[in-house]
Design a protein around this ligand. Sequence first.
Ligand code: HAM
Length: 415
Amino acid sequence: MIQAPRGTFDVLPEEAARREHLESQARRVLSAAGYRRIETPAFEATELFARGVGEATDIVQKEMYTFDDGGGRSQTLRPEGTAPVCRAYIEHGMHKLAQPVKLWYLSSFFRSEAPQRGRYRQFWQVGAEAIGSAHPETDAELIVLLADLLDALTVKDVHLRISSLGTPETRVAYRRELTEYLRANQDALSEDVRARIEVNPMRAFDSTDPRTREVMREAPKLLERLSDADAAHFGAVRSLLDDAGVAYELDPTLVRGLDYYTRTVFEFTSDALGAQSGVGGGGRYDRLIEQLDGAPTPACGFAAGVERMLLAAGELPVAADVVDLFVACAGEDPGANKTAFELAHDARRAGLTAQLELAGRSLKGQLKHADRIGARYVAIVEDGTTSLRDMQSGEQRETAARNVIPTILRGHWQL
Ligand code: HAM
C-alpha cells in the first residue's frame, strides 16, 4: 500500500471544514485591517531563500527541499513566505502603490524537519506582511491582529513574548561584547555553554545550569545595547500594546530562526501544544527588500501555523452540509434516469444543493440513504411519474417533475 510521505498528511473532509472556518476568520480579521490576499509559487529560485532567510540558518542549511529544474537552475520548495512576498513586491513594482502594501496569504510550506506532533514537512501558514512602513503602529497592529485571530479561533493558553534585535550592526557589536564576557567568566560556565561560546553565545541564556545562570544574570543584554532610535521604536510598540490591553512578556533571549529580522520580534506560544509550542511569530525586517535588490523599504509581518492553531483550538463551529434535494430513481426506464439527471442539474442551477442516486441502490435503499445524508426533500422519479417527499413531515405527493423545484423553493405545497 502506498502511503502519504512521512511528515505529510491528508486533509479529510471533516478537517477541511475546520480549515475553512480558520480561513474565513483569517480573511475577516485581516481584510478588516486592509490586508489583501497574495499567492506566490510553491517553489522559487534557491538563491531567494539563501539570501533572504540567511545562509547560516537551520532552514537554509538543513531543511530545504532543493532540486534542479532540468535547465540547470536550482529551485527550492518554499520553506517560508516572507522572502517570496518581498520578491513579488519588488518584481511587480509595488513600491509605486500607496504604502504600506498590506498582503496576507494562506499557503503551504515545506521544511525537511524530523516529524512530530505539530511539526510536519508540508504545513500551512496564515501570514501577513506590511511592506513600506517604519512606524511602530505597524508592528503593534500586526501583533494585535494575530492576537485577535488566535482569539477568534479559541486557541487556548496563549502567551506572547516580544523583544527587539536592533540593527545587524548593534548585534555584531553586542555579540562581541557577550563573547568577551563569557570568555572572562568561562570557569563558571557549564561545559556545553563553554564549548559554544564562539558558535552561539546567545544560547548561554537558555542554560539550566545554576552557576551558568548566575553568570548570565550579570551578562550584558542586547536590549540594553539598542541605539536610541531602536529603543524608542521598541518603547512605542510596547506602549501601544499596553494601551490595547495585550499582555506580553519581555524576553531578551527571544531569537527567531530567520536572519532577516531587525528591531521588533515576537512569538505566540500555546501551552495546549507539546514541545512544538510556537503557534505564530514574526517581526520587523527593514533590510530584507534591499537585500533582495529592491530600494531600502522597511517592513514587518507574521506567520502562524495552521495545524498548530487547529491543534490548540477549542471546538470550532463547523457548517453542516445541507442537502435540499435527493433525486431517487426507481424502475428501469432510461427516460426516468434522464428525468432524474436533469432534475438534479436544474435544481443546482436554481441554487439548491441536490444529489442524484449514483450507487444503484433499491428504492428502499435510496430513501434510507437520503435520510442518512439529511436531505430535506426526496424526488422519486419512476417510469412516467414523479413524487416529492417532504422528509420532515413524511408527506409525499405525486407531482409533475417541473413542479419539484418551485415547490422546494416555496417551501410548501401548492394548494
Ligand atoms: P516561523 O516562526 O519559521 O516564521 O514560522 C511561523 C509558524 O509556522 C510557526 O510559529 C509554526 O506555527 C509554523 N511552523 C513552522 N514550521 C513548521 C513545521 N515544520 N510544521 C508545522 N508548523 C510549522 C516564518 O515562517 C516567518 N516567515 C514569519 C514572518 C512573517 N516573519 C515576518 N513575516
